[in-house]
Design a protein around this ligand. Structure first.
Ligand code: EPU
Length: 339
C-alpha cells in the first residue's frame, strides 16, 4: 500500500484567513483507510502530522514540515430511531453548513442555529462550535476517532468528549492523539425552535417557523455582522468570550453597567469580548495587513499580504490593552500551527 503526496503544496486556499503557507508534503485523504495510511507513514518516518479540516479556525505559519493530511471523505446519511428522532452520521469531510441546510430542509431540528458556520464536520467537535444559544454538544451523540500512532478506530460518546464552551478533550488531553473521522448527531422531527438569543426571534419574523426558516434567519444575521471568508480572510471570532468570577463581574458592572454578559449556571459570568475590544477603540482599526472587523470587533481580518507572526502580534496588542483596561485576559480561539 503506497501513499502519494504532493510536495511543496500551497495552502493559501486551505485556510480561511488566507495566510500564505506551504506544506512540505500534502495528501487529501479520500477514504478513512487513506487517512490511516498517512498516519502510519508519518509515524514510521517520524514526521510531524498536521490534520486540516475546512481551515476556518486556523492560523498557519509560512511552512508546515512533515506530512499534512486533509480528510475529504464526505458522505452523510440518516438513520431513523423512532417516530420523532433521527440519527445523522456525517464523515469528517462533510461541509458543516451544507449539512445544516440539508437537514433543516428535511424539517429536522437541532442544528439550524448553527447555519453558516464555516468548516468541516471533522473539526466541529474540537472547538464545540456554537452560535445563537446552541452548541454542537447539545445534539452530538458520538464521534469516531482514529489514533494517529497505530491507525486504530474507536467510538467516543459525547461524555467522553468533555465538551465545554469552545472546548473539548480534543483541545486538551487528546490534542494530536485523535483524529475525528465521523460524527453522529441526534436530531428531532418535532419543532423545537430556540430563538432566545439577541434579536433572532425578530429576524425569523413569524410565529411557527420551520427549521429552514430559522436556518435562513441565522444566515441573514451572520451575513449582516460577520465577514464572508471568501471575500475577506478571517477565522471567525479570534478570541473566546472570557469567563470571570461573579466578584470580578460585579466590579466590572459597577463601572460599566452596559457590559453585555451571560450568567453561567455555576455563578460565573461570560462577558462579551467584542464589547471590550470595541471599548478599547479597536473596532474597524487596521494595522498593516490585518484589521479588526468594522461590524464585529471579535473578528480579525486579513487584507492580504500578511503573515501569521504579524497577526499574532496584533492580537497580543489587543489582548494587552483589554487586560490593562479591564483586568480581563482574552484567550485566543483559533489553533496556531507552525507560527
Ligand atoms: N458586541 C459589541 N461590539 C462588537 C461585537 C459585539 O459591543 O464589536 C456586543 C454585542 O452588541 C452583543 C454582545 O457583544 O451585545 C455579543 O455579540 P454577538 O451576538 O455578536 O456575539 P459574540 O459573543 O461576539 C459569539 C460567538 C460567535 C457567534 C455569536 C452568536 C464566541 C467566541 N463567538 O460572538 O461565534 O456567532 O456569539 O452566537 O463565542 C465564532 O466562534 O467564530 C463565532 C463567530
Amino acid at each position: 500500500m503506497t501513499l502519494e503526496w504532493q510536495r511543496d503544496r500551497d495552502l493559501t486556499d486551505a485556510n480561511t484567513l488566507r495566510l500564505v503557507c506551504r506544506a512540505d508534503r500534502y495528501v487529501a485523504a479520500e477514504t478513512p483507510e487513506e487517512l490511516q495510511r498517512a498516519c502510519l507513514v508519518a509515524h514510521e518516518q517520524g514526521w510531524p502530522l498536521t490534520v486540516l479540516g475546512g481551515g476556518s479556525n486556523l492560523v498557519l505559519g509560512p511552512r508546515l514540515g512533515g506530512l499534512t493530511v486533509k480528510p475529504v471523505f464526505a458522505q452523510w446519511w440518516q438513520e431513523s430511531i423512532d417516530t420523532d428522532t433521527v440519527r445523522i452520521h456525517a464523515d469528517a469531510g462533510v461541509t458543516w453548513h451544507d449539512l445544516v441546510m440539508s437537514v433543516a430542509q428535511q424539517g429536522l431540528w437541532g442544528i439550524e442555529n448553527l447555519a453558516l458556520i464555516p468548516g468541516h464536520c471533522g473539526a466541529a467537535p474540537i472547538q464545540n462550535i456554537g452560535a445563537y444559544g446552541v452548541e454542537l454538544a447539545d445534539v452530538l451523540e458520538s464521534v469516531e476517532v482514529l489514533d494517529p500512532e497505530n491507525g486504530d478506530l474507536a467510538v467516543m460518546s459525547a461524555a467522553d468528549c468533555e465538551f465545554g464552551y469552545r472546548d473539548s478533550v480534543f483541545k486538551r488531553d487528546l490534542s494530536g492523539r485523535a483524529i475525528i473521522t465521523r460524527m453522529v448527531l441526534r436530531l428531532d422531527r418535532r419543532a423545537c425552535p430556540r430563538l432566545d438569543y439577541g434579536n433572532l426571534a425578530e429576524c425569523v419574523g413569524r410565529p411557527d417557523p420551520t427549521a429552514l426558516d430559522v436556518a435562513e434567519a441565522v444566515c441573514r444575521v451572520r451575513r449582516d455582522k460577520l465577514p464572508d471568508p471568501t471575500v475577506l480572510g478571517n477565522a471567525g471570532s479570534f478570541f473566546k468570550n472570557p469567563i470571570v468570577t461573579a466578584h470580578h463581574a460585579d466590579a466590572l458592572f459597577h463601572e460599566y453597567p452596559e457590559l453585555p454578559h451571560f450568567a453561567l449556571p455555576d455563578g460565573r459570568v461570560k462577558i462579551a469580548a467584542g464589547w471590550l475590544i470595541e471599548r478599547c477603540g479597536f473596532k474597524g482599526v487596521r494595522q498593516g495587513a490585518f484589521g479588526v472587523h468594522e461590524r464585529q470587533a471579535l473578528v480579525l481580518v486579513h487584507h492580504g499580504g500578511g503573515e501569521a507572526a504579524e497577526l499574532l502580534a496584533f492580537a497580543d496588542d489587543i489582548a494587552r490593552q483589554v487586560s490593562e483596561r479591564f483586568d480581563v485576559m482574552l484567550e485566543r480561539e483559533p489553533r496556531v500551527i507552525g507560527a
